[in-house]
Ligand binder design. Structure first.
Ligand code: FES
Length: 577
């Protein structure tokens, strides 16, 4: 960037706290001295806030306590002043009822941490599922230069010579155990081998999808998203991000200058080529809306029809993220899609996307395929609509048994998760492989927080009979590591009286992926009668964060953001007095 556009030290946001001569700035500087810093540490230097989502109970971010020191090293090298700011960690397996309940909490925390402190630029450390969109949503709303440092995937899992993938192989072997095909001892042994290092899930689940999307959006350093957390390239990338953010502050390279409708299209194309998690649709819509860019579910469907799945990664394919990294990682995948991407999109590196992938190459063409050898020719994610989901629903046809992509069958309805859990193991459950399992009250308000219950278990008696896939419909989400004929994110949700609430046992439901149809074969008159009789459930929370969540959360097709966070007048800078 031309020097004429570079900021001066007096134009830094932190100058208002540290650079002026008044009573308040005396207090700020004296308190920095209290921590052992001297004016040489901060005077005329950009202050870099490092939002760290490390915690003692986040296995995927266990290394971020050390990695933040690498970021600081880079910030110091480039002449900045690093400040670490801890934020809520959101460990996917441990946080209940669902980390999705807290994505907006972390987004809000990120934005307010950056706004309320003397921060000129931000480095965002995250990766476990919701942390990536949350950090980016907060940083986009705050609007200062920001760079995302992905936590990176963990190493491959192993069990008796077999490779194990996070999530996907858990679901697979759990069904084998329920069917009596593997023993308790086998199952216990797998527990030792499936998660061998720090880092995120190493299948193409939500974490890997969202870290890849962050890179495709231009918000990470090129090639950052697939670096295994335990690889020495990871701390080098973290230090490089620390160096780069200092330059970004001088260049005033804000998220608004990086993100555009073209960069979001690029991200959706990458998502489709990866066969990425269905969860990403909600997060991408939410991030785009924070950036003032309207994205509809239809846009995902259009792109899905154009882009084949070329990453041979579980759960859609065979390999894991470590293999993807060795095959060239995301720059290699994007180089295969080069003609379909907008290569003029900007990135935090200060280069266009096209420049960053110029020399990228594929080193294993079974992991990153050419489009003519695609894993799935089109439609990694299909958007279905019909009288059962007037505002849309999401399905991953590539992960479903082909017979279920066009299917009509009778509904078996569970009114909530506990009802489903109590029934599904019953040996005398009146269910056939042609039934359509329906789960109600699992959406944004009903779950609450839209838990990952959408891959309903196959009823025990059918698992024992060898059934491994059935059509399942809910307003819940499912883990990105899950698979099967699961129709998710039905909007509007049943808890607020969406048509899913009106389905009864035995009603016929038809799904036709090629026509993008989701239809409940019940007459309009009968549906009107049921609607008039429908009674809302009481709110789940009377007080606290949950009550605020229920009041302000949007539906899945809107990105599930809080209404007061995604729009409204800009938040003023804090007064300093
Ligand atoms: Fe953290 Fe899967 S549990 S990414």
């Amino acid at each position: 960037m031309a020097n004429s556009r570079r900021k001066t030290p007096e134009q830094l946001r932190s100058h208002r706290w540290l650079g002026v001569q008044d009573l308040r700035s005396f207090g700020h500087r004296s308190r920095l001295r209290q921590m052992g810093y001297d004016s040489v540490d901060w005077a005329g230097r950009p202050v870099i806030g490092i939002i760290n989502t490390w915690s003692d109970i986040n296995q995927c971010h266990a290394h971020l306590r050390a990695r933040v020191e690498d970021v600081k090293r880079g910030v110091f090298q480039a002449g900045g002043f690093p400040i670490e700011l801890p934020a809520i960690s959101l460990s996917e397996p441990f946080v209940k009822p669902s980390t999705m309940l807290y994505r907006n909490f972390l987004a809000m925390e990120t934005e307010e941490l950056l706004r309320s402190h003397p921060i000129d630029g931000a480095v965002l450390l995250g990766g476990c599922d919701k942390t990536t969109p949350a950090l980016l949503m907060g940083a986009i709303s705050m609007g200062i230069p920001a760079i995302f440092v992905p936590a990176g995937p963990m190493l491959r899992g192993y069990w008796r010579g077999k490779i194990l993938g996070s999530g996907s192989d858990v679901w697979k072997y759990w069904d084998e155990k329920r069917a009596g095909k593997i023993s308790d001892a086998d199952w216990a042994e797998m527990e030792n081998g499936i998660a061998r290092s720090f880092g995120t899930c190493m299948t193409m689940g939500t974490a890997a999808t969202m870290m890849s999307i962050a890179e495709a959006l231009g918000m990470t350093l090129p090639g950052a998203s697939a670096i295994p957390a335990a690889d020495s390239a990871h701390p080098r990338m973290a230090a490089a991000a620390g160096r780069r953010i200092v330059e970004m502050v001088w260049e005033d390279l804000t998220p608004a200058k990086v993100l555009s409708p073209a960069s979001f299209d690029n991200a959706i194309k990458v998502h489709m080529a990866l066969g990425g998690s269905t969860n990403a649709i909600i997060h991408v819509i939410a991030m785009a809306r924070r950036a003032g860019i309207a994205l509809s579910l239809e846009r995902f469907d259009q792109i899905s029809r154009e882009i084949p799945v070329i990453a041979n990664l579980r759960p859609s394919g065979t390999y894991l993220m470590e293999d993807f990294y060795y095959a060239g990682g995301l720059p290699a995948l994007m180089s295969v899609l080069r003609d379909r991407l907008d290569c003029s999109a900007m990135t935090v590196s200060g280069k266009t996307l096209g420049e960053t992938i110029e020399s990228a190459a594929v080193y294993n063409d079974d992991v990153i395929r050419s489009p003519d050898r695609a894993i799935y020719p089109e439609g990694a994610t299909a958007i279905l609509k019909g009288n059962l989901a007037p505002r849309g629903a999401v399905m991953k046809p590539a992960a479903a048994e082909p017979r279920l992509r066009h299917h009509r069958g009778p509904a078996l309805v569970f009114r909530d998760y506990n009802h489903m859990a109590a029934e599904i193991e019953r040996e005398d459950l009146d269910v056939t492989p042609d039934h359509v399992l329906v789960l109600q009250n699992a959406g944004p308000k009903g779950g609450p927080g839209m838990p990952e219950w959408g891959m309903l278990p196959i009823p025990r008696k059918l698992v024992k009979a060898g059934v491994r896939d059935m059509l399942r419909i809910s307003d819940a989400r499912m883990s990105g590591t899950s698979y099967g004929a699961c129709i998710l994110h039905v909007a509007p949700e049943s808890f607020i009286g969406g048509p899913l609430a009106l389905v009864q046992n035995g009603d016929h439901i038809e799904v036709d992926v090629s026509r993008r149809l989701l239809h409940l074969h019940v007459s309009e008159e009968e549906l009107a009668r049921r609607r008039a009789e429908w009674k809302p459930l009481p709110p789940r929370y009377e007080r606290g964060y949950g009550a605020m969540f229920q009041q302000h959360i949007g539906q899945a097709d809107e990105g599930c953001d809080f209404d007061f966070l995604e729009s409204g007048a800009p938040v003023p800078e804090p007064e300093i007095h």
